[in-house]
Design a protein around this ligand. Sequence first.
Ligand code: DOR
Ligand code: ZN
Length: 345
Amino acid sequence: MDTLTLPRPDDWHLHLRDGALLEAVAPQAAAVFSRAIIMPNLQPPVTTVEQAAAYRQRILAALPAGSTFEPLMTLYLTDNTPPEEIARAAASGFVHAVKLYPAGATTHSDAGVTDLLLCYDALAAMEEHGLPLLIHGERTGPELDIFERETAFIDDVLQPLLDRHPRLRVVLEHVTTAEGAELVTGDDPRLAGTFTPQHLLYNRNDLLVGGLKPHYYCMPILKREADREALLEAATSGHPRVFLGTDSAPHPQGAKESACGCAGCYTAPIALSLYAEAFEAAGALGRLADFAGRNGPAFYGLPVNQETVTLERAPLEVPASYPGGDAPVVPLRAGETLAWRLRQP
Ligand code: DOR
Ligand code: ZN
């Protein structure tokens, strides 16, 4: 197979940032994706519908003329999110989900949730209004090994949460472990999972062996090879509730290549090529269209995009960096050649 046509894909987990960086990266995402679920971990975080509306306008203003890219906004859940804000979000028409960052789990998560019991009323309102909870699934705490945070979250936090809120719809985002993959490909219709290109292609050796590679560093951190294999199997399984979420997370070059480097892989402009590489390696290119273009809209109750894109087997040179506004942004696979690229219209 040398070409593959699929519905124009959506990204169900994308960081666009703000200010000059937003202006630089929004057109790059919009060149690939039709819609994207936009992460709310700005500083300060997007906790209200009013803030989400203003952020949405800044995103739309950063798009090239004529772009039809649609930002699907999210609210950042805090210990104090009022249930009334959830009702407003559900009524807004442009807020599509609420994001849970456990406090301290990752970039800009300081305002995140310290104890989900404090969010009982907000979560009950989400059940009532059918607004999904998008979860950064890592338990935090100084005693927890960084490689065990996701499995600890699933056992200690996620299962009790699903028991307490039987109608809550949940997306376990950027699944990184075999346990997570098994959970989201089970038969619980409330649960879906997103998979990043880096977690389908790489394991922790790629990050750490032969020198520390900061552009492979993201949260949740890359895991063992057995986990990667389980993730690839889940993503290519044809299960209806697994879909594309890049977690493309741009940081200025200096913040990544640093003695205390930020977590996040920048992949939006090359994400489709990376997913094609992973799906081809699994012998499952034929399943990419559902993963990238159909399963996500079905979970969110949105129409599948009518427009199509074509991937072709042709070399794509990944630049050393992209302009990022104030400083360059180095993508994953910078300077390498990828085997698949999007055919330009
Ligand atoms: O690696 C990550 N980067 N993981 C996250 O959860 C957040 C993201 C970011 O905002 O940079
Ligand atoms: Zn993210």
